[in-house]
Ligand binder design. Structure first.
Ligand code: ADP
Length: 442
């Protein structure tokens, strides 16, 4: 059996009116009833007369509105019908009132002109009430004129007058509608522009994440090749030493034994160092979305740790803009990155001028996207041939056993994972400068 559904329009039509609306309509109807009575009383007092037809018609109309109010409030009369019938009765009542108080000469006659204007004021978003009210007003005025046997020429002039008022009311409400439309479309355009902005921001973030991921994959590739090479070297001599000891057995000279064992231990330690550094790369995705680091604290901690190495051979000066926002890089990683830059700076100065004073200047200031950090030293700067390879894993110019070449690669990996950047340059005044851009924490 086919089920017959209710169309949305039908459902809307059958929906009962909300109680608040019913209460409001009841109040409106009762108010009209009271106003009619008040108007009648005022008229009688001012004209010092009690014309029975006027009193009778107004009492009737007042009773109609009172009953209609009660009916609407209780939900007995549908709102649609209440509106139409009240409009018609209201217009008829007023026509009778004007007719009984002097017809075209009545002091209330000009109110016919005001009806379309008032309706346009109360329903500016639709021209129907103004048009219907204007026509009703025109009809009522003509009835009053006919009853008073006004000459046709005067009636024509009055009709023209009234039509002008209807026209003005329609023009006013249409201008209001046009202004509203213009405002609405401007608002819509603003919303669309905002939505586009949000979308392009989303795409930018997405592209940024993808770029970081691609960079990471490239890094992992380079890493795999580097690891094999780096670990193979110490492994080769550890293996050779152990074979030598096994071959010679107990006949090895104790001094030589100590030397071979120390060399073997060095090799093992080197492998261990490489593995420790590599852990930084393997913790992919361990950076939490809501991790945050405090620049001021991280810089103080890193420079404190670096000063252990520096002792009295130099100084780290900090210049931070007050009130820096938290950054998206976690505190531990932030300290690690800065410390790495500081220790590299110490190494660079010490290697270039042994015994010379190390001067490192760290600056941090607020930028649009977050915080900019700068570490600058008084070393020899970065040779042009080294500059392009600086962030490659296992690239080092330090003597064997001193550097693994993983420090800067790791720093860049950490920073770019959170959408930041790290680059190096040689400032005109000498030395090397590392610039980190970190996005502010969310
Ligand atoms: P490592 O410190 O183990 O060598 P890094 O990745 O930290 O590995 O550094 C790679 C290379 O970058 C260093 O060997 C050095 O040649 C160069 N470098 C880093 N910092 C500086 C600096 N402040 N001044 C000059 N060269 C630097």
């Amino acid at each position: 059996m086919r089920r017959v559904g209710t169309s949305p329009v039908q459902a809307e039509r059958d929906d009962p009116a909300p109680p608040a609306l019913l209460r409001l309509q009841r109040k409106n109807h009762l108010l009209v009833a009271v106003v009619l009575l008040f108007g009648l009383a005022l008229h009688c007092v001012v004209t010092r007369s009690l014309p029975p037809p006027l009193i009778g018609s107004q009492l009737l109309a007042s009773a109609f509105f009172a009953l209609m109010g009660v009916g609407v409030g209780a939900g007995w009369v549908p709102l649609k019908w209440a509106g139409t019938s009240s409009g018609l009765v209201g217009m008829a009542t007023f026509t009778v009132f004007v007719h009984l108080t002097g017809g075209p000469q009545s002091a209330y006659f000009p109110v016919f002109m005001a009806v379309p204007l008032v309706l346009a004021m109360f329903s500016p978003d639709s021209r129907l009430p103004t048009l219907a009210g204007g026509l009703a007003s025109l009809g009522s005025a003509m009835i009053v004129n006919v009853l008073a046997q006004v000459p046709p020429s005067r009636m024509v002039l009055q009709a023209v007058n009234l039509s002008t008022f209807v026209g003005l009311a329609l023009l006013g409400s249409s201008m209001y509608r046009r202004m509203l439309d213009a405002q609405r479309s401007a608002h819509q355009e603003r919303l669309e522009a905002l939505a586009q902005l949000a979308e392009s921001e989303r795409l930018r973030r997405h592209a940024e994440r993808e770029r970081a991921e691609v960079e990471r994959l490239v890094l992992v590739g380079q890493l795999a090749a580097g690891v094999a090479h780096e670990v193979n070297n110490p492994l080769a001599y550890v293996k050779a030493n152990l074979s030598h000891l096994l071959r010679e057995g107990r006949g090895v000279d104790p001094d030589e034994l100590m030397l071979v064992l120390a060399e073997t231990q060095q090799g093992v330690l080197r492998i261990q160092q490489i593995v420790t550094d590599l852990r930084g790369f393997s913790r992919v995705g361990s950076l939490e979305e809501n991790e945050r680091g405090l620049v001021e604290e991280a810089l103080s901690e890193a420079s404190r740790l670096a000063s252990v190495r520096l002792r009295d051979r130099g100084e780290v000066s900090l210049a931070l803009e007050p009130g820096l926002p938290a950054v998206r890089l976690g505190q531990r990683h932030l300290v690690q990155v800065v410390l790495n830059l500081l220790l590299n700076a110490v190494d660079a100065v010490e290697m270039a001028m042994p015994g010379g004073l190390v001067r490192i200047r760290v600056r941090a200031w607020r930028v649009e996207e977050g915080v900019c950090l700068e570490v600058e030293d008084n070393g020899p700067g970065i040779p042009p041939e080294v500059l392009p390879r600086l962030f490659e894993p296992f690239f080092t110019t330090k003597p064997p056993g001193k550097g693994t070449g993983l420090g800067l690669a790791l720093c860049r990996e950490y920073v770019s994972r959170v959408g930041g950047s790290l680059h190096a340059e040689n400032p005109p005044g000498g030395g090397a400068r590392f610039v980190i851009l970190l996005p502010a924490a969310r």
